[in-house]
Design a protein around this ligand. Structure first.
Ligand SMILES: NC(=O)c1ccc[n+]([C@@H]2O[C@H](COP(=O)([O-])OP(=O)(O)OC[C@H]3O[C@@H](n4cnc5c(N)ncnc54)[C@H](OP(=O)(O)O)[C@@H]3O)[C@@H](O)[C@H]2O)c1
Length: 233
C-alpha cells in the first residue's frame, strides 16, 4: 500500500490515475479546486495551485493530519492556445502559475512530507515539452519548464545525498477536457484531429504513471514519452 498525493485528480489523467490507485488499494490524497469531483475513495484537499498560500496550507494540512507519503504526482495543468505573437498576458500568467510555479512549489513542499527512502515525485509534462508544435504558443514553454524542473530537482537531490526518485511522464494528445480549452474557438480542428488520430485515453497515461510509481526502489525512470501511434509529431 502506498500513500500518494496527486494534484488535479478531479478530471482527466489525474482522475483516472487516482481511480486506478484506489482500486489497487493505495491511499490517495487529491489536491484540486473542485474537490466535489474527486473519485470515491480519494481524500480531497481544496487547493489552488496558482495561489502559493493555498498550496502551503494544503501541505501544512497533510503534514499535520496525514503525515508521511510515498509519492507525489504533480499532474494538474492547464492549456490555452495563447501565441507569442498575439497571446494575452492573463493566459500566460495562468499557465505559468499553475504549470510551472505551482508545480515547482509542490515539489519543494512535497519534500517535507515524502518518505526519505521510498519517496518519489512524478511530474506530468507533455510531448510539447520535448518539441514545439506550431500551435505550442506559451503552453509549450511551460512544459519545457516542467522537464527542466524535473532535471534540476533530481540533480539537487543527488548533490544533497538524497535518494528520492524523480520522473516525468510526457503524453501526446490525450482525450480529456483540457483539449476543449486548448482548442477553444477551433472546435472544428479538434473534431478533425480526433478523426485523424485515435487519441490516447486518460487510462493509458494512468497505467504508465502507476507503472513508474511501482518500479523497484533502485530503479529511477527518467521520462516516459507516450503518443498515439497515429500522431505524426
Ligand atoms: N490532455 C492532453 O492532451 C495532455 C497532453 C499532454 C500533457 N497533458 C498534461 O496532463 C496533465 C493533466 O491534464 P488533463 O488532460 O487530465 O486535463 P484536465 O482533464 O483538464 O484536468 C486538469 C486537472 O488540473 C486541475 N487544475 C487546473 N487548474 C488548477 C489549479 N489552479 N489548482 C489546482 N488544480 C488545478 C483540475 O482540477 P480543478 O479544476 O478541480 O482545480 C483538473 O483536475 C496536465 O499537466 C496537462 O498539461 C495533457
Amino acid at each position: 500500500m502506498c500513500r500518494v498525493i496527486i494534484t488535479g485528480a478531479s478530471s482527466g489523467i489525474g482522475k483516472a490515475t487516482a481511480e486506478t490507485l484506489v482500486k489497487n488499494g493505495d491511499e490517495v490524497i487529491g489536491l484540486c479546486r473542485s474537490v466535489e469531483k474527486l473519485p470515491d475513495g480519494v481524500r480531497g484537499i481544496r487547493c489552488n495551485l496558482a495561489d502559493a498560500d493555498s498550496v502551503k496550507s494544503a501541505f501544512d494540512l497533510i503534514h499535520l493530519e496525514i503525515g508521511e507519503v510515498d509519492t507525489l504526482i504533480n499532474n494538474a495543468g492547464i492549456a490555452y492556445l495563447s501565441r507569442i505573437t498575439d497571446g494575452n498576458l492573463a493566459d500566460w500568467d495562468s499557465m505559468w502559475n499553475v504549470n510551472v510555479r505551482g508545480l515547482a512549489l509542490c515539489c519543494q513542499l512535497g519534500l517535507g512530507v515524502l518518505n526519505k527512502d521510498r519517496g518519489q515525485i512524478i511530474n506530468v509534462s507533455s510531448m510539447s515539452g520535448h518539441r514545439v508544435p506550431p500551435t505550442g504558443g506559451f503552453y509549450s514553454p511551460t512544459k519545457f519548464a516542467v522537464r527542466a524542473i524535473t532535471e534540476s530537482l533530481r540533480a539537487e537531490l543527488r548533490m544533497d545525498g538524497k535518494t528520492i526518485r524523480v520522473a516525468s511522464v510526457s503524453p501526446g494528445f490525450v482525450d480529456t477536457p483540457l483539449l476543449e480549452d486548448y482548442f477553444k474557438g477551433r472546435e472544428e480542428v479538434l473534431a478533425a484531429t480526433k478523426q485523424q488520430i485515435k487519441m490516447l485515453t486518460a487510462q493509458d497515461i494512468a497505467e504508465s504513471i502507476v507503472h513508474v510509481l511501482n518500479t523497484p526502489l533502485h530503479v529511477e525512470v527518467g521520462d516516459v514519452q507516450l503518443r498515439s501511434v497515429d500522431q505524426k509529431a
